[in-house]
Design a protein around this ligand. Sequence first.
Ligand SMILES: C[S@@+](CC[C@H](N)C(=O)[O-])C[C@H]1O[C@@H](n2cnc3c(N)ncnc32)[C@H](O)[C@@H]1O
Length: 332
Amino acid sequence: MGTPAANDDAEHQDIKQGSAGDPLRYATRYHAPVLCKTVVASLLTDQAGCYIDGTLGGGGHSAALLDALGSEATVIGVDQDADALAEAEARLAAEIERGRFRTLRGNFGDLERLLLDDGIDAIDGLLLDLGVSSHQLDAGERGFSFQAEAPLDMRMDSRHGVSADEVVNRWSESELRRVLRAYGEEPRAGRIAQAIIKARPVPTTTALANVIRRVVPTREEVKILARVFQGIRIAVNGELERLEQVLASSVRLLRPGGRIVVMSYHSLEDRRVKRFLRYGNLDGEPVRDFYGNLITPWNELTRKPIEASAEEIAANPRARSVRLRVAERREE
Ligand SMILES: C[S@@+](CC[C@H](N)C(=O)[O-])C[C@H]1O[C@@H](n2cnc3c(N)ncnc32)[C@H](O)[C@@H]1O
């Protein structure tokens, strides 16, 4: 279990900052992946290992990993969105042919089952680049954006689950208020929930945006719309529950010495990731042994989260809010 109180030791923080290289090297029109060089440097420990990209998207991070890995390595890309799988499979067709890359459709909350069905019970690295891709936001018809007229959907996996329409048009006022407050972190949740209930039925994204615009100050409109849409999206996709599930399964899947890299884009995610990678639990409560060592499955390698450089943010505004954390699985 290491030396006394090793986890609190500043020397343990061996990954400190992002290095951009060319920040758009792996960008496509589908999505521009963030902190590619840092992801590669943080995740890879074995040139011939088996790595999971749990949020495949347009395959940008997978492409970067494959470029850095040896010929014996495997990368498995997981996504619940059919568009992402089609995009990444086309992009990485040559790697599929070489047997270094394959995809699995499903929710990363079910990662253990997905991998077991694929014959895998231990991995060397897991990458999670949370949230939605630029493609999902840009594809107006999916209903993720308040800027494009679309039915209220917002499901990343269009095969199942409740849609945004159900949340907006059927959930009770108190449930709606809770979603906007807890997941959107919106201070005017009460007023907005009330306005939505009164305006029902609310048929589309832009109709919803207009209902909200009527009850909030114009100068704060864009920020509030972003928060409300984020809150509904998190509820629709069960994003925080799914994150908690995949964090728990990462402990069982990663080999000792293997690493997890998680990129969060808002504090609700980052808070959970930080607690779990620091303390090995989601309560954020340190549990210590007789010597004062934390009892945790992790060596936390980023005491402070890594952020994108000003250069990367200028090239890719989505990088503005990223917080990247890394931890290494300890020996049992
Ligand atoms: C930010 S994008 C990832 C972009 C990717 N790193 C790249 O380089 O293109 C997040 C992706 O993760 C997927 N995703 C989000 N939550 C998921 C979950 N619970 N299970 C599976 N896929 C998920 C989304 O559908 C989306 O394609």
